[in-house]
Design a protein around this ligand. Structure first.
Ligand SMILES: O=C(O)CCC(=O)C(=O)O
Length: 347
């Protein structure tokens, strides 16, 4: 294993991609193809970036919804959809296909209520309730407030330091999350971007020897891995009760996971929650994880989301890791997150 670690060379060259939509013309496909894409969305399909990007970008005359892939390693924006209205099955199938192909969907200009956010999120599966109950949106236990805003008594409304380390949501659970939907409520004038890194590409771009070496490995994930470190930085983070600790017991997952819908392989370790590689001596485990963490967040794999008012961003936790870049402390940033339940991780 040591030899593999030494042979892994990392090149950090390109800067993260920002949200430049590819031109609609470049990706536009005939309407009939869009309909076929909708119909084929429910079956497992081998991944094909070129064809699926083209089909999911088709503009359907029926719904007027446009899906524009970004010119980068992941992501697409969705225009012309009002999530206050129910999404019909054909449009939903297109969104589903696009989500599998691009891993992040940015729904622009969604002036929706928390109830509409929850209702749309439920279309993708049952919703999780976060272990830190005190940061729920009152009346909506499925919404976690990601916020640095304080109430009149000075108490934080939400988890102000969510996502300061790269992670995939709820990877510490036996069944980690399928995806998360984050809705902008109040944005800072400066900073506050979110980065997303494509873990399929991270796996595919590993040197072959390392790819083979990590394929059968398993790693432990723990919610507690860096909890005390975060609490030392941010004393407003509550101490966990015994019941909360019991809710987030460490779990073990394959280091390389198979996406349950596309079958595509992805790296599945993160600096936030992964504590060790099972069965390796401590120093080898630490070295290998450090190499994988660095490799999996190389700028060429990353899309930088610069938030616009009322964006609703839906990402696939089975394909990506993400990171909150933070904003100056005196600026307010407030978002609502729902988290869709996923499946046990396949190796
Ligand atoms: O606030 C953000 O930009 C991301 C928050 C995050 O990482 C999370 O909710 O898991």
């Amino acid at each position: 294993m040591q030899a593999f670690l030494e042979s892994l060379t990392m090149t950090v060259t390109a800067s993260p991609h920002v949200s430049r939509p590819a031109t609609a013309e470049r990706h536009r496909a005939p309407i009939a193809q869009g309909d076929q894409s909708a119909q084929s969305a429910l079956g497992p399909s081998p991944y094909s970036a070129a064809t699926s990007a083209a089909t999911s970008a088709a503009i359907s005359a029926a719904d007027g919804v446009e899906i524009r892939p970004f010119d980068g390693p992941l992501g697409a924006e969705v225009l012309g959809l009002d999530l206050n209205q129910p999404v019909d099955d054909a449009t939903f199938a297109r969104l589903h296909r696009a989500h599998l192909d691009h891993h992040v969907l940015v729904f622009r200009d969604q002036r929706i209520s928390p109830a509409a956010h929850v209702a749309f999120s439920r279309r993708w599966g049952p919703l999780e309730v976060h272990v830190l109950r005190n940061f729920q949106l009152p009346g909506h236990p499925e919404i976690l407030q990601v916020s640095n805003v304080r109430d009149e008594q000075g108490r934080p409304l939400g988890l102000g330091d969510a996502g300061v380390f790269w992670h995939s949501d709820l990877s510490y659970k036996e069944k980690p999350s399928l995806g998360s939907l984050l809705h902008a409520q109040e944005l800072p004038a400066e900073g506050g971007d979110t980065l997303f890194a494509n873990q399929h590409l991270a796996y595919e771009e590993l040197p072959q020897a390392l790819k083979d070496a990590v394929r059968g490995l398993r790693a432990e994930h723990s919610y507690l891995a860096r909890y005390e470190e975060l609490r030392a930085r941010n004393p407003w983070r509550p101490a966990l009760t015994e019941a909360q600790v019991a809710e987030v017991r460490p779990t073990v997952h394959p280091v390389v996971r198979r996406h349950p819908e596309t079958g595509r392989l992805a790296l599945f370790v993160s600096e936030h929650f992964t504590t060790r590689i099972v069965g390796l001596p401590e120093d080898e485990s630490r070295d290998l994880l450090q190499q994988l963490f660095a490799h999996s967040t190389r700028p060429s794999l990353v899309y930088r989301h610069r938030w616009q008012p009322n964006d609703l961003v839906f990402w696939d936790n089975r394909s990506l890791m993400h990171l909150a870049t933070g904003c100056p402390e005196h600026l307010r940033r407030h978002l609502h997150r729902t988290t869709v339940e996923g499946d046990a991780v396949l190796g």
